[in-house]
Design a protein around this ligand. Structure first.
Ligand code: PMP
Length: 445
């Protein structure tokens, strides 16, 4: 095998392995130190109180020597695992050579754009252009907003309830979570949020609603420049829409000369068991945003890929000092090669089925829904009266880290257990992790 070691050689040995209770004394010390000197905006260690020392593959070691099985992979970033040696080798070669090039051409930059074309979905393959601005998902969304405005001459934006698209002004306007917006409005004007469906009935209703927004002469607003949609909603709770939803949006966008933009920042780069989640529906978007995993080694990188017919803007249409992080691009090329050589899309689909089956066995379908595609997995929980069980999800998350497994949450009410393991997680690790996660679920439901 030329592209690095097999997946079972990528991890720290013996995970999970606990040396102390969690948090251990060193984690406590670093979390306290962080509190003294870093912003109150710091969020993650409030939910999982550990300080990190090292990580490999699907395993993470904290500063007390505890080793965790990692079921959130840097929140959906480390799709080829932490410190994948094949990816790091490419990154190191690149950092030795040249790291920052603004947007001057380098072999690496052009090879990366071509590698993205190699995995581009549907009608974007061979017909696309790629733009880099700042190295984050939010910035890719900003770029896509400018692209849609520039191409349509319109300024309104249509997004969905439950959506998360980022934290900068334009992206935050599309994000639906009120908690992220509180105190920061007004943001961009002319943004409409339509319902995001999870059932066939909701789908028909959502598409009708959008048709009214777009086609009723008295719907209240000029038509938007674009429709932004996550093909599988992430922060909203790993919601997989009905099969007709994305084709329906495609038709409405076409009929009304509105751009259709898929936000693949969380769902893309193999996460769902396809390169991009749009492939589950066969719908090609006009543009798609990418970030999170595309830097391979967890190096920051964001991009928008769009159909070349929309390449109408001039130099500086979307810009940023860090428009393209060349070591991250080398990491991205290596990650694509690693995923292809080790057949990790098929592995993600198989392992995802195994994880969902185990979760379904451990839960009551009357009060739980297990959903997702590939290794993009959510378990929504509510009580017998239909109230969301957010405290239960928090308690399960705590049970898991106390037993050496890292999981995350999602959902409008925080009542969805979210699993985003690396595509390199082995079956044995998945089994060991599931024994703990399902025990946590059983202990708290
Ligand atoms: N879109 C989606 C679907 C996301 O999940 C995220 C991050 N969770 C973003 C956009 C924003 O990306 P970033 O945090 O890199 O700005």
């Amino acid at each position: 095998m030329s592209a690095g070691p097999p997946i079972d050689e990528l991890h720290l040995a013996d995970a999970p392995h606990l040396e102390t209770s969690i948090p251990g004394p060193e984690s406590d010390r670093l979390i306290e130190r962080q509190k003294r000197i870093e912003s109150n905006a710091v969020a993650y260690p409030r939910s999982v109180p550990i300080a990190l020392d090292a990580a490999k593959g699907s395993t993470v070691r904290d500063v007390d020597g505890n080793i965790f099985l990692d079921f959130f992979a840097g929140i959906g970033v480390l799709n080829v695992g932490h410190s994948n040696p094949y990816v790091l080798e490419g990154v190191h070669e690149q950092t030795e050579k040249i790291t920052h090039t603004i947007d001057f051409p380098t072999e690496t930059r052009l090879d990366f754009i071509e590698a993205l074309d190699g995995i581009a979905p549907g009608g974007l393959k061979g017909n696309n252009k790629v733009v880099f601005g700042g190295p984050s998902g939010s910035d890719a969304i900003e770029g896509s907003i400018k692209l849609a405005k520039h191409n349509t001459g319109r300024t309104g934006l249509l997004a969905f309830e439950g959506a998360y698209h980022g934290s900068t002004g334009g992206a935050l306007s599309l994000t639906a979570g009120k908690k992220y917006k509180k105190g920061y409005e007004p943001l961009l004007p002319g943004v409409v949020h339509a319902p995001y469906p999870s059932t066939d009935e909701e789908c028909a209703h959502a598409l009708d609603h959008i048709q009214t927004v777009l086609e009723d002469p008295y719907s209240g607003k000029e038509n938007p420049a674009g429709i932004w949609v996550e093909p599988i909603q992430g922060e909203g709770g790993v919601v997989v829409p009905p099969q007709e939803f994305l084709p329906g949006l495609r038709d409405l966008a076409d009929d009304n000369d509105v751009m259709l933009i898929f936000d693949e920042i969380q769902s893309g780069f193999g996460r769902s068991g396809k390169w991009f989640a749009s492939e589950w529906s066969g719908v090609t978007p006009d543009a798609m945003t990418m970030a999170k995993g595309i830097g391979g080694a967890g190096l920051p990188l964001g991009a928008v890929m769009y159909h070349e017919k929309f390449d109408t803007w001039g130099p500086g249409g979307h810009i940023g000092t860090f428009r393209g992080n060349v070591p991250a691009m080398r990491g991205g090329i290596r990650a694509i090669e690693y995923i292809e050589e080790h057949d990790l899309l098929a592995h993600a689909r198989d392992l995802g089925t195994y994880l969902r089956d185990r979760l379904a066995e451990a839960t009551d379908p009357a009060t739980t829904e297990v959903r997702g595609e590939g290794l993009f997995i959510g378990v929504e929980m509510w009580d017998e009266d239909g109230n969301p069980l957010s405290d239960t999800v928090k308690a399960i998350q705590k049970y898991c880290y106390e037993h050496g497994v890292l999981v995350w949450s999602a959902g409008r009410y925080g009542n969805v257990l979210r699993l985003l393991p690396a595509l390199v997680m082995t079956k044995a690790q998945a089994e060991a992790g599931m024994d703990i996660i399902t025990a946590g679920i059983e202990a708290h439901t």
